[in-house]
Design a protein around this ligand. Structure first.
Ligand code: GAP
Length: 430
């Protein structure tokens, strides 16, 4: 096993063991491409989402947040082109009947499952949308889909936002939420899932100024990867060629990250032109024009779309945080998570469990910190060394220990995760 595969396996195993991420429906043998988040995983995920919302919605005055329904009128997906073109090429092995994504095969003539050669027929286009029926009648008119991107819930609300808020151009709508894709081959932990989350922005611009806005968002994407604590030299821009671009895009930059599984897409930045709003105008018969205030100049705005995947951000954060070192000759594993993302910020312990006065004092410190920060854990299991190792493994930046000296001078020991250094600090200053 090479180092990268080993690192990936260590992360997956840590994520399961320590309550970050479990295989979905594990108890029944699992459901491929689905993942459940445990207490630490859900907090880490929420911290990422909240950071995104703060940077791109709350800190700006040109952004409007929305939260659209996942189930939408089937016309949305007909107009957007997803019913006809949201497909991946599928081949089936005539020997073992494995169904595989044709464009991801290492050798297009050899089945990677059974090893037979020449067993694939023609690839057929497989639509990745999950189809369902809404209501008790199971016919063509009741068909709906689980949304494969959050973007369409934004486009369908563009007119509502125009009418309620009269925004100046350029302005954007932002949405975070679940998306579903019936991926042919879900793989690599949460990297390619069938149920995942996106954080998307549709930024409406004057068609003559799209390049300016594209550049603005390109810089903002770098701001985002830095806010996640990802090293710049692990993030790469890939100018996507015309033949590889999505059907709606005139320019796309994929931002890739050096994951342990290799360099892969972290997020995308696309120039979607007026493709979506024109389609809505045509199919829904509603005018999508924007009139520049104080003039008669009107047009259907063009769109710049930065599209962020939550799971990929989380996987990038986990893989750049995962660190192994040696402390006093002993191997240590820790997550060097940025403090603002760590699911637990402080762990509080009494030095020993069998001294009621220490436990009582530690409880007071714990409760005060918990009230202030929320993300604080009580940890009195095992000896202090074991507690440190356990907290290191989940990325807790600080362990606060109440000891006998605390009872005398109201100071505690703060042990720092990255350096393992211990400092003495007055309780009031923690
Ligand atoms: N609205 C544009 C759009 O959906 P995309 O490149 O298909 O574009 C955007 O998806 C982002 O969503 C990707 O860069 C990735 O971060 C995330 N993503 C897409 N498919 C995914 C999957 N199957 N599992 C996890 N994340 C996925």
């Amino acid at each position: 096993m090479d180092n990268s595969t080993q690192k990936m396996e260590s992360i997956v195993s840590l994520a399961k063991r320590r309550g970050f991420i479990y295989q979905g429906s594990d108890i029944y043998g699992g459901l491929s491409g689905t993942w459940d988040y445990g207490p630490l995983g859900v907090t880490l995920k929420r911290n990422i989402i909240q950071l995104w919302w703060r940077i791109f919605v709350e800190e700006r005055d040109d952004m409007y947040g929305v939260d659209a329904a996942i189930l939408m009128n089937q016309k949305v997906w007909q107009a957007s082109g997803h019913v006809d073109t949201f497909t991946d090429p599928l081949v089936e092995c005539s020997h073992c009947h494995a169904r595989l994504r044709a464009d991801k095969l290492d050798d297009p003539n050899k089945c990677p499952v059974c090893g037979k050669e020449g067993t694939f027929g023609e690839a057929r286009q497989f639509n990745m949308m999950f189809k369902t029926n809404v209501g008790p009648v199971d016919d063509e008119s009741s068909i709906s889909y689980l949304r494969p991107e959050t973007a369409q819930g934004i486009f369908t609300n563009y007119k509502n936002i125009l009418d309620s808020f009269y925004p100046d151009l350029p302005f954007g709508l932002a949405q975070q939420g679940k998306a579903f894709r019936n991926e042919i081959s879900p793989r690599d932990f949460i990297f390619r899932s069938r149920e995942f989350e996106q954080m998307e922005i549709e930024y409406f611009v004057d068609p003559e100024k799209w390049e300016e806005s594209f550049e603005h968002w390109r810089q903002q994407v770098w701001r985002w990867t830095q806010a996640l604590g990802l090293p710049d030299d692990h993030v790469h821009e890939l100018e996507v060629s015309e033949s590889d671009r999505a059907h709606y895009s005139k320019r796309t930059i994929d931002f890739e990250f050096d994951f342990p599984i290799g360099r892969e897409e972290l997020l995308g930045l696309a120039y979607r032109t007026d493709f979506d709003l024109q389609n809505i105008q045509r199919v829904a018969g509603k005018n999508m024009d924007y009139t520049i205030k104080g003039t008669n100049r009107k047009f259907v705005p063009h769109v710049i779309e930065p599209s962020f995947g939550v799971e990929r951000a989380l996987m990038a954060v986990l893989s750049s945080a995962y660190t192994e070192d040696e402390i006093n000759g002993e191997k240590r594993v820790y997550l060097k998570l940025p403090e603002h993302l760590a699911p637990v910020r402080y762990a509080v312990s009494p030095l020993v469990r069998n001294k009621p006065e220490l436990v009582e004092k530690a409880r007071t410190v714990y409760e005060a910190l918990k009230k202030k920060y929320g993300a604080v854990m009580w940890d009195d299991n095992g000896n202090i060394g074991k507690r440190y190792r356990r907290q290191d493994e989940i990325g807790t930046p600080y362990c606060v220990v109440v000891d006998f000296q605390t009872l005398e001078d109201d100071t505690v020991t703060i042990r720092h995760r990255d350096t393992t250094e211990q400092t003495r600090t007055p309780v009031s200053e923690v």
